[in-house]
Design a protein around this ligand. Structure first.
Ligand code: MG
Length: 473
């Protein structure tokens, strides 16, 4: 196993990927570091970098609500502070995925990426099934089949996390199952509480590095026609809907960002603290003048009491680790906002991404780009003549559309890669290679000023199944 973080590492790579592509990219990055001048990237070099972390998974079953998903990640920070997880359930139907954007280091993001969906999965299954699972030998992996899962926790903290998970399952197995939105919220809050307890009970650098760093999270749960999006912080989820008459694409946002641009959120925080703190609770558009997201998991130095800070944080991390004007904690919560949407045949895909993408593209631009990509992929499939009476003129029109679609064929098969390419290189006249090359060759000490980590998951819905379910309901 290859440890990817040294002293405070929480995960290790399960299957080191020694493919030629990764090796070439690594060699290329070494070359960049060694060159005093930034190298000119060829289109081949750009493709190697953009496609390094892409992943595609399809679900061919007729009764799968998700037809496929495509994801990718481009890091800016080293190591990358974003994480992503996608999974199907082992004891019920449906699909779940999440994008997690860490700050203050990658530890919290890596941990919640691997744990949060498992907490949700145990919470949302009916209690009879849960009790059957609990009655047998089980662990946190007994509820989900995770796809593209290459990392595992280091042994030192694995046992701690399994103990917490079993306590959680014991607690909920004696409770009745609530609405999905409540169960998802409970999972967020319980995991966050567990991160705090673990850091205070097992005071070592690994559990403490998770507690002192933080992460925002956006999780989508899809079962039958019910889509729930739970978001804490400033990742974003947008639904792509196609008008059946015009073919036009429409974007529907399914989350509110929790940052200083959200006046309701600012108001909420100011109301939770005394009047004397109106000028200090949020300063320079940041919580206590420091933290940009106004909700997050982890980040306990904005949550713990002054007593806990004095006993556990100050001796190890120093006085400066206590934020200025820290009078009436907690200032931060992990509580997600959950939105519910009932899927219809016009809903074609959902895009979840960290703010690194939304810094470059608006929700409408993202939906248009994925929509065009979706259309062009359709014309690459074998042509199907519509059933019933079809005139030669109609066939000619179909052929003309396919010809036009082939001319617009995108460079990337993966729509998440297509989005990253357009985010970095898009202009009014198409993709500009030199613009992408510029963003990809910025030196490590300044790159974060120009672009953040970008993580994207695009989930495609099974329209035929949705149409059938709509007909049944
Ligand atoms: Mg970010």
């Amino acid at each position: 196993m290859l440890t990817i973080l040294l002293r405070n590492s929480v995960v290790c790579i399960r299957q080191p990927n020694c493919s030629n592509v990764r090796g070439a990219v690594r060699q290329f990055r070494i070359t960049i570091r060694q060159e005093a001048q930034l190298p000119n990237l060829s289109p081949y070099d750009v493709n190697l970098i953009l496609r390094e972390n892409e992943y595609i998974q399809t679900f061919p079953e007729d009764d799968s609500i998700v037809r496929s998903y495509e994801s990718n990640q481009l890091s800016s920070n080293r190591p990358c502070e974003d994480s992503r997880t996608e999974a199907t359930f082992l004891h019920k139907s449906g699909f779940i995925c999440g994008v997690f954007d860490g700050h203050g280091g990658p530890a919290c993001s890596q941990v919640i990426s691997k744990r949060l969906l498992r907490y949700v999965a145990a919470g949302v299954i009916d209690r009879t099934t849960l009790k059957e699972v609990v009655a047998k030998e089980y662990n946190s992996q007994s509820f989900l089949k995770c796809h593209n899962d290459k990392a595992d926790f280091v042994n030192e903290i694995k046992t701690i996390y399994e103990d917490s998970f079993r306590d959680y399952v014991q607690t909920i197995s004696s409770q009745t199952v609530e609405k999905i939105s409540i169960e998802i919220t409970n999972a967020f809050m319980r995991l966050d509480d567990d991160l705090s307890k673990e850091a205070l009970k097992h005071t070592n650098m690994r559990t403490m590095s998770v507690a002192m760093s933080g992460a925002v999270a956006c999780v989508a749960h899809i079962d039958h026609l019910d889509l729930h999006v739970a978001s804490t912080g400033d990742c974003g989820a947008v639904l792509g809907t196609q008008c059946p008459e015009t073919g036009q694409w429409h974007a529907k946002k399914l989350n509110n960002e929790h940052n200083a641009d959200n006046l309701k959120e600012v108001q909420r925080i100011l109301e939770e603290h005394p009047k004397e703190e109106q000028d200090t609770a949020i300063r320079n558009e940041r919580l206590l003048g420091q933290l940009a997201p106004l909700r997050a998991l982890g980040d306990f130095r904005y949550k713990w009491s002054n007593e806990i800070m004095a006993k556990y944080v100050v001796p190890t991390f120093g006085e400066h680790s206590v934020p200025p004007h820290y009078y009436t904690p907690p200032y931060l919560t992990a509580q997600p906002e959950v939105q519910h949407h009932v899927l219809g045949p016009s809903d074609k895909f959902l895009v979840i991404a960290s703010d690194g993408l939304w810094d470059f593209l608006t929700p409408s631009q993202v939906i248009s780009l994925v929509g065009e990509h979706f259309n062009s992929k359709k014309v690459m499939e074998p042509m199907k003549i519509p059933s019933g009476d079809v005139t030669l003129l109609e066939v000619a029109k179909l052929l003309a559309e396919r010809k036009a679609g082939r001319a617009r064929k995108p460079l990337d098969q993966n729509s998440a890669t297509h989005l990253i390419r357009n985010a970095l290189g898009g202009t009014d006249y198409g993709i500009e290679h030199s613009k992408i090359a510029y963003y990809l060759t910025l030196p490590q000490d300044v790159v974060r000023l120009y672009r953040d980590d970008i993580t994207i998951t695009v989930i495609y819905f099974n329209t035929e199944y949705i149409t059938r379910l709509n007909g049944d309901s």
